[in-house]
Structures are given as C-alpha cells and as structure tokens.
Design a protein around this ligand. Structure first.
Ligand code: FES
Length: 121
C-alpha cells in the first residue's frame, strides 16, 4: 500500500455531524486555515480567506453558510459564495474565487490531495 502524504482531515461521518470543520494547514509555505464542509453530499474545502477584506468567513459568527444554506457567507460583510466553486456572487468581488483545496476520500476518510499542503492539526 502506498504511503499517505497527509494525515486524515476527518471522516465522512464527522463532516456530516458538523456544519463545517476548520483545520490549520501550511499551504505553499503559508500557515492558513481551511474550511471543510459537505454540500449536497459532496465534500469541499477552501482556504478560509475572504478576498474582500482578507478575513476568515467565520470571523464574526461561528457559521460559514447563509440562512438559506445554499451559499457560503462571510460573516464580516455578508458576501456570498457558491459552495461548489467558491465563486463570489456579491458585486464587489463578483467572479473571484475562494482558493479551493482538493480532497480525496478513501474508505470514508477524507485527505487533502494537494501537493504543497501540510496538515498542522
Ligand atoms: S471580509 Fe468577507 S465580506 Fe468583507
């Protein structure tokens, strides 16, 4: 069996139990936070960094979705993002995207599938 490059991020079960999870990572030599969540039964991960004023989406509230549950929402100024693509839907940053992080699922456990990423915790 091939040696895994990364520690597990979480199990699929843990992801469904929580509305979202955060992990500290080192990505391209920068320590940053990642958000991981399930949406329409798929798992997604992004760098937790709103491109508007460079704040984490959950900086003001312990939430990353809007009230409809259809869009990611930055709690600082309320900009919304497509959870499947990370694309901003709000006018000021329309079309800009959150940095997506690829995930890989093996036997119900999720791993980051990015070359320049190390899971810190
Ligand atoms: S910092 Fe995210 S909407 Fe302003």
């Amino acid at each position: 069996m091939a040696k895994r490059q990364h520690k597990p991020v979480c199990t699929r079960h843990e992801l469904h139990e929580a509305s979202y999870l955060t992990r500290k990572i080192c990505f391209k030599n920068q320590p940053v936070s990642a958000i991981i969540f399930a949406f329409e039964d798929n798992a997604y991960a992004y760098i937790n960094h709103c491109m508007h004023m460079h704040r984490p989406l959950n900086c003001e509230q312990d939430a990353i979705f809007d009230d409809t549950g259809k869009y990611l929402r930055c709690s600082m100024h309320g900009f919304i993002f497509d959870p499947k693509t990370g694309e901003c839907q709000s006018p000021v940053c329309f079309g800009q995207r959150l940095q997506a992080l690829r995930l890989e699922e093996i036997d119900g456990t999720l791993y980051f599938a990015e070359k320049h990423l190390t899971l810190i915790d």
